[in-house]
Design a protein around this ligand. Structure first.
Ligand code: NDP
Ligand code: 2IT
Length: 446
């Protein structure tokens, strides 16, 4: 690490004490872009990086609500409006008990570069709460969402800041949030994405992150004249991203052998087919049960409190949570012959894990590139809302696919090392950075 990078990062740590995940996300980007900035002094003169790591605005608020038993609860709500150089702030809302300011700053920071890579007009933001919908009734979730939106509504809008889902925020939560926004503001607008299909949502948005991640990995494999056909794949998570990653992998002829949740992973040696996936969709999205039930139903192995990275595979898709794949996991994957990794989740691989993959010359698609299909399709939902029309499935899927191919191409352009190996981490960071940085320079010191 050069002195310049070290000094920059030390200042970030001093100014943002305790925000470990934010430090991690900034470190990865700064290590990639600092050499590029040194070759392009205009970015240094405009202090672009220093400005990028400072959120434009952070909103923190109290969210009081009442349980079904009449007990009063108080959660904390956040919205981090990180960067609006390219468009309205855009990014999901996470409802998870571990959420804190540092988590959301890491996610909002990643979102700036991800949204830039999509080539659509979206700035970067992220929000959420330390509220967990797990174990709550629909009525409790509704009351929480209504209280959350009662404050959030004064800070967002279709041309200002457009939230969407993330962990713990799916179709049900977006519905309650949208209802409350509409009631308070008396406006039916595209203020949220991931809406229901019959009230302004886009086709393919639920599928988009998983599909996009598989499209991206397919592009990486093509550079080695290979494909996903017949490949054994491991997937972590069993939520929105994991579900549609599994679906697209099945469609492309791959064999998916794992899915997981916070309690452990399922190892289905025969492979998950569409019928078994339909079971997961009902289990996770409607019954809101545990993935262990899959193992019981289909009589396969369940590994309690373990992660699936010891299972031999050709390609791995970490699609659950940050830092869920560490250096040891990466070493196991490489030793077992894994050749490609698509990060469906945000920052699921630790810095040591990333180093292991890059040293092992694995095709490693970092989250901000590989999972950008979700927010890209949110961007397409915004366009459709503005035009007050709804594109057919084929059209949205075609656009999503084209965007993922273009992101891949852009990563290759900026990520190719002297020996020909493509470092997609470097490529994604530099390609994402340039568009935002140039817009910031054009718009003056704001
Ligand atoms: P969901 O809430 O639908 O699913 C989350 C999954 O992760 C569940 O299987 C959950 O298990 C598991 N999980 C939750 N907490 C932990 C933890 N502490 N350790 C390990 N696993 C955990 O969320 P999404 O599928 O939407 O999001 C998954 C990842 O993808 C996140 O990193 C998110 O930021 C990222 N992402 C999401 C996008 C989207 O459009 N939704 C877009 C781009 C990225 P359990 O059921 O037990 O809680
Ligand atoms: O991390 C992400 O990109 C998301 N959770 C999706 C954000 C969005 O606005 O669709």
């Amino acid at each position: 690490m050069t002195t310049k990078i070290q000094e920059f990062l030390e200042a970030v740590v001093r100014k943002n004490p305790g925000e470990i995940e934010f430090h991690q996300a900034v470190t990865e980007v700064v290590e990639s872009v600092m050499p590029f900035i040194e070759e392009n002094p205009k970015y240094e003169e405009a202090r672009i990086l220093k400005r990028m790591v400072e959120p434009e605005r952070v909103i923190i608020f109290r969210v009081p609500w009442v349980t079904d038993k009449g007990e009063i609860k108080v959660n904390r709500g956040f919205r981090v409006e990180m960067n609006s150089a390219l468009g309205p702030y855009k990014g999901g809302l996470r409802f998870h008990s571990n959420v804190n300011l540092g988590t959301l700053k890491f996610l909002a920071f990643e979102q700036i570069f991800k949204n830039s890579l999509t080539s659509l007009p979206m700035g970067g933001g992220k929000g959420g709460s330390d509220f967990s919908p797990k174990g709550k009734t629909d009525n409790e979730v509704m009351r929480f969402c209504q209280s959350f939106m009662t404050e959030l509504q004064r800070h967002i809008g279709p041309d200002t800041d457009v939230p969407a889902g993330d962990i713990g925020v799916g179709a049900r939560e977006i519905g309650y949030l949208f209802g409350q926004y509409k009631r308070i503001r008396n406006e039916f607008t595209g203020v949220l994405t991931g809406k229901g299909l019959n009230w302004g949502g886009s086709r393919i948005r639920p599928e988009a992150t998983g599909y996009g991640c598989v499209y991206f990995v397919e592009e990486m494999m093509k550079t080695h004249d290979d494909s996903l056909q017949g490949k054994v794949c491991t997937v972590s998570g069993s939520g929105n991203v994991a579900q549609y990653t599994v679906q697209k992998l099945i469609q492309l002829g791959a064999k998916v052998v794992t899915v997981s949740d916070t309690q452990g992973y399922v190892y289905d040696k025969d492979g998950i087919d569409q019928e078994k996936l339909d079971y997961i969709l009902v289990l996770k999205n409607i019954r809101r049960g545990r993935i262990r039930e899959y193992a019981e139903k289909f009589k396969c192995e369940f590994h309690e409190h373990q992660r699936p990275w010891g299972v031999p595979c050709d390609a791995a898709f970490p699609s659950a949570y940050q830092n869920e794949l560490n250096g040891d996991d990466a070493r196991k994957l490489v030793a077992n012959g894994c050749r490609a990794v698509g990060e469906g989740a945000n920052m699921p691989t630790t810095p040591e894990g990333v180093r292991v993959f890059l040293n092992g010359k694995v095709l490693f698609g970092p989250g901000k590139a590989a999972n950008a299909g979700g927010v890209a399709t949110s961007g397409l939902e915004m366009s459709q809302n503005s035009m007050r029309l709804s594109w057919p499935m084929e059209e949205v899927d075609r656009r999503l696919h084209e965007i993922m191919i273009a992101i891949h191409k852009n990563c290759v352009k900026y990520g190719r090392d002297a020996d020909g190996f493509v470092n997609y981490v470097k490529g994604a960071n530099i390609a994402g950075f340039i568009r935002v940085a140039d817009a910031m320079i054009d718009q003056g010191l704001v």
